[in-house]
Design a protein around this ligand. Sequence first.
Ligand code: DX5
Ligand code: ZN
Length: 561
Amino acid sequence: MKIEPSMGLNYYQIKKNVRKARKLVIQGTTSAGSGHPGGSFSMAEIVGVILFKYLRHDPKNPQWEERDKLILSKGHAAPGLFSNLAVAGYFDESELLTLRKFGSKLQGHPDLKCPGVEFCGGSLGIGLSFSIGSAMAAKIDGKDTRIFTIMGDGETDEGQVWEAAMTGSKYKVDNLTAILDRNFIQQDSYTEKVMPLDEELVGDNLSEMWKDASRWKTGDKWRSFGWNVIEIDGHRIEQIDNAIKKATSTKGLPSIIIARTIKGKGVEHMEDNPQWHGKAADPDIAPIIDTELDCQFMIAPSIIAGDMSNLENEVKRCVHGRADYIHLDVMDGQFVPNKTFDYTKIKELRPLTVIPFDTHLMINDPGKQIKNYVDAGSDIITVHAEVCDESSFGEIHDYLKQNQVGVGLAINPDTDIPNWSYKFLPTLDQLIVMSVVPGKSGQKYIESTHEKMNQINSVLEQNNFQGYIEADGGVTLDNIGSCFHDGARIFVGGSAIIGQQDVRGVITEFRNTTLLARRKLLLKKANDLGGTELVKKWIDLHKIGEKKQQLMKIATEAGFL
Ligand code: DX5
Ligand code: ZN
């Protein structure tokens, strides 16, 4: 099967694949006892978006003549490449367990004997030159091949990178998109200590100043070499997506996406800690990390709780607040008594941001209107089980998947997951479990939802649900922790977020409170698996910032120490 861009996966599928790939990185490196999880995780979303959305390739025919090429210049992050190639179908996921073993095609650095690998990376600094050569050769051959090259920031200490930068610009290599994985850490230390790209770091604190985009100078360097520069948050799938779209449509000069990333992203104790550049997690720690990777969570403010006469401003407040999603409650005055807005409003709001639009349709006959909501720019559309059956939902499901839009199903407080929906659960992206009777924001959370979640979780597990549960209705700082323990990973906040003055501050509080719940869950897992000793070992891994003290406090309160 040829993978054309039009067949790319939707946002949620990419997210789920990246999650799976991160888990495989841990399995592989832990079984090898060595390897590079840190840099594999900083580029995880970047590889995911390229491979699952933009790259024209064929996992069943890796040598397909017309394919695009993904070049991993920072070859030490091989586990991050191999795991995504496995998820894409180049080889079986279980092969990750042979990583770095004698005779395996998955070695410590990418080698051409592994299908899907285009470049033997590892000798740093040469991937960009190789990529420019490949891109120019494709042009000479009259092909429309595109080259995507991922470089490390430490790697750009090499002089050859800057020779390549001049060459790419001189020859206007516009079929090349370079991505700089700007995680600020290289093998021995912080990049800004070894050879600053932005500013010299004095001391050891990779503090907020390095996360402050206004102080970045790396982009200016590339601009001065004649490149089209796009700067983004390299863990936001929607920003990577948008940047690649822009880069690949820019003609006459090469493009580089400078992606601010976090080394070790996704595993708290690895994040921003140089030690995890090239070291594997211990086998007794790996199952806890595996759970942690399942526990990524997202905050989705619901704008109807704000000023309905100025929803543009509400969207802007979400953007400023760094929301993960924007939850759009569509009410038709029939399925629920209230009326809010319809697809015409969503279409007007769409240009304001690339943050995913999480459209929740509280309307009758959703199938009739689904196309309008896709065209308006929704990233996911959730319809209610109460107004669907197997056949109508099946049509909606297929239509959304074909159009790269996520598929969601919502159930009211009095509704159970219907039997007819079981067959869709493995491919469902989101399940909204309503914790208020839908119709308006500002209602109180229905406590019995917690009990209901127990049954729901067993149905989901039996039916291989891989998506995200969204808690919607009456979610507050007081109950978000228990919603997290129930299994919810996306949290809608109407009155508790948009109804507040300081949206950014409240979202931060939502995140911190959920993080506490997650830490507690992971400490419990450590305690279940290995008692106090493993709890202590887990806590000790958390070296950066204040995490350690906070974990000690939670573990002491929970009686694990
Ligand atoms: C309920 C909507 C919810 C709700 C969220 O009908 O689906 O999204 O408005 O608002 P709060 O968080 O205030 O319940
Ligand atoms: Zn909603």
